[in-house]
Design a protein around this ligand. Sequence first.
Ligand code: SF4
Length: 332
Amino acid sequence: MTSILEVNDLRVYFHTPRGMVKAVDNVTFDVHAGERFGLIGESGSGKSTIALAIMRLIRSPGRIESGEIRLEGENLLALSDEEMRQRRLAGVAMVTQGAMNSLNPVMRIRQQFADGLNSHGETVTVDEAREQLVDLLARVGLKPEAADVYPHQLSGGMKQRVCIALAMSLRPSLIIADEPTSALDVVVQRQVVQTLRQVQEELDAAVILIGHDMGLMAQFASRVGVMYAGKLVEEGPVRAIFRQPEHPYTRILMESLPSLDEKETLQVVKGAPPSAADRPAGCVFHPRCPFVMDRCIQEEPLFREVAPEQWAACHLHDEPAAAHSLSREVAE
Ligand code: SF4
């Protein structure tokens, strides 16, 4: 399968007066053309920082320390600021957490759409721009009148759909949706995710959905990556990750999901995630891991393929007996 996005050994650090914060540390993954990829993890795990790094929107004191981000083979980190500005929207577009943060409150939607086209050198008349926008709004289930209003005249779900429509405007090959449903009620959340899915199929674009709602992820993604404390700890097909997680953190996340059939006590990850400025040595998950071994405290596990198309960073996979106990407990 062709990779549309390749992220290799990405490191994003924040240089603060209290020390260096490794927000994203040595993360590698790829996204295939036309794929729906999910990035899951707790708040502060580095998911949104990865999205901002792909868009080259990391602000000081943050810095991309090293690594490579290739979009359709082109290294985005080697582009000039102007070249990168042109790639945004045309090559990679982003739908952010709060629609209000990305929409200009004092401009009508059609003006914002026309601005996006103009800034990429598209020469269209006001009428042509409105016609294109109305077509995009229809694709996300909105009426033509939405083109003529200010953002505050729309509901939260409508604003998020407008953002998806704007993200489609130059037919990018990759759309990043960073927790697009976090401020919405459950019904509207489902609608927005369905809209995103329709858009992805229509454009045949790849979509990265960032979030922490496992139900939404299962509904949307075909492959997922699990982030913990700035590290990608597991990655694989969504069915495999849900049925047979290969990392203890993922396993506990799965066991924390409620089920209608089983009324057992839900599992929680004991303790709190480590401070980003003071990550533990060895495996970052070791202070909370029920399977911790001596070597986990000293030695960082490699991120490697542990089952067909499934990757994880855990020493258990070097210990056949211990790995067996992990899979047996999951299956039970
Ligand atoms: Fe747990 Fe060790 Fe695996 Fe880390 S490497 S997840 S501490 S068993």
